[in-house]
Design a protein around this ligand. Structure first.
Ligand code: AQP
Length: 361
């Protein structure tokens, strides 16, 4: 059983289901997620994974577990292995279907790192330095303590995307700047060496593009900067989740109204209820007129519990069948690998690398 909805709202920056001529290839979408926690949080789920599940009906999807990105900050090898399997299990539990989508692990397709190296050569140091995620993530320990990998993370992300020449990249708002860099690098490469890459569009659903922390509702829900009480883990015991929702920070004026500037906590709860329950924010405002925050939180806790319980059960079931998970990864890499390698061959030829055993052209 999967936690799904029928159709996503229209994305902010891309058209809805494509008007594809019969027989023509469906437009390609690609996205990735890091295996850096035991469970995805509700931000990862609503901002990215749920949309992946929906898009696979009309697009040709490639979804990967970004294990190479995961080693740009400190990591534990045993945990990384476990979390990679947990990530695949969660994608499947969310309804991403290996019959429709290529689900693979980044390090199983060496072309990602190989293209990243080439793109490093056309990325300006200053341009990489402007990436706000690097600034945010390196701020805690200081820039000197951050890895070079964290610095070039957006270049690897550009390679991840450009290898597959996708039309759209479904991500949360926090990835918009990285996607802009990807587009710049694609255009720069195409201009300098001959058209090679498709310049991809972001696919960002406004309603769920940024899910906020329950305790600090002006900050995004995030595994590295949220406190445990501010983050809804999809695989948590639903009772724990319900308790976190009941303790969410709101305000003292008592009115249930969507106003992210004045009432960020209540607005976040309304957004979550709307995203998971399917009713519009305007309808919810009407229904909750004159009611208290306790009622809103109780209802949201129930909706979240109903939503995550089958997801959690299915994930735990899949984790008992590691042979199947490994098979899904192998099949996904089998689909992704040849496409990525073909792009890399084009790139190598265009930039002047001599292909082994062939005369230089
Ligand atoms: N709060 C969020 N709201 C909406 N979308 C979100 N995403 C992450 N947080 C939110 C989207 O989830 C996808 C996978 O993200 P990732 O694996 O790159 O993880 P992340 O962005 O690093 O997730 P975190 O929790 O925010 O991790 P840290 O704290 O390490 O930065 C992406 O599409 C992302 O946009």
């Amino acid at each position: 059983m999967s936690a799904t909805t029928a159709h996503p709202p229209a994305p902010e920056t891309a058209p809805g289901p494509p008007a594809t001529a019969e027989g023509a290839a469906r437009p390609r979408v690609l996205s990735g997620i890091q295996p850096t926690s035991d469970s995805y949080h509700l931000g990862n789920y609503l901002g990215a994974v749920r949309n992946w599940q929906i898009l696979q009906a009309d697009y040709q999807p490639f979804f990967f577990i970004a294990d190479q990105h995961a080693i740009t900050v400190d990591w534990d090898p045993k945990l990384l292995r476990e979390r990679t399997l947990r990530s695949v299990a969660q994608l499947l539990a969310a309804g991403v279907d290996p019959e429709k989508s290529a689900i693979f692990v980044q390090s199983h397709v060496p072309a990602h790192a190989q293209l990243a190296w080439v793109l490093n050569g056309i990325t300006g140091f200053g341009e990489a330095r402007r990436m706000t995620q690097f600034k945010d993530k390196s701020a805690k320990e200081g820039e000197g303590a951050a890895s070079v990998g964290l610095f070039t993370y957006p270049v690897l992300m550009a390679a991840d995307i450009l290898l597959y020449r996708p039309h759209y990249v479904p991500v949360g708002e926090d990835q918009r700047q990285h996607l802009e860099l990807t587009r710049d690098l694609a255009q720069r490469f195409n201009h300098r060496f001959k058209k090679t890459f498709r310049v991809p569009e972001p696919y960002i659903l406004r309603a769920t593009s940024k899910i906020y922390d329950l305790q600090e509702p002006t900050r995004k829900m995030s595994k590295s900067s949220s406190s445990p009480s501010g983050i809804i883990e999809m695989l948590d015991d639903p009772k724990v989740t319900a308790k976190k929702i009941r303790s969410a920070v709101t305000d003292s004026d008592g009115e249930i109204r969507y106003d992210p500037d004045e009432k960020p906590g209540v607005s976040n709860l309304l957004s979550l209820l709307s995203a998971l329950g399917g009713e519009s924010i305007a309808d919810l405002e009407e229904q909750y007129a004159g009611k208290g925050y306790g009622q809103l939180k109780g209802d949201l806790a129930e909706v979240v519990t109903n939503y995550v319980t089958p997801y959690r059960d299915r994930t735990l079931e899949l984790l008992d069948d590691q042979t199947y998970l490994l098979q899904v990864m192998a099949e996904g890499a089998g689909q992704a690998g040849p496409i990525a390698e073909a792009t890399l061959r084009d790139v190598y030829q265009r930039i002047g690398f001599v292909a082994p055993g062939t005369p230089a052209r």
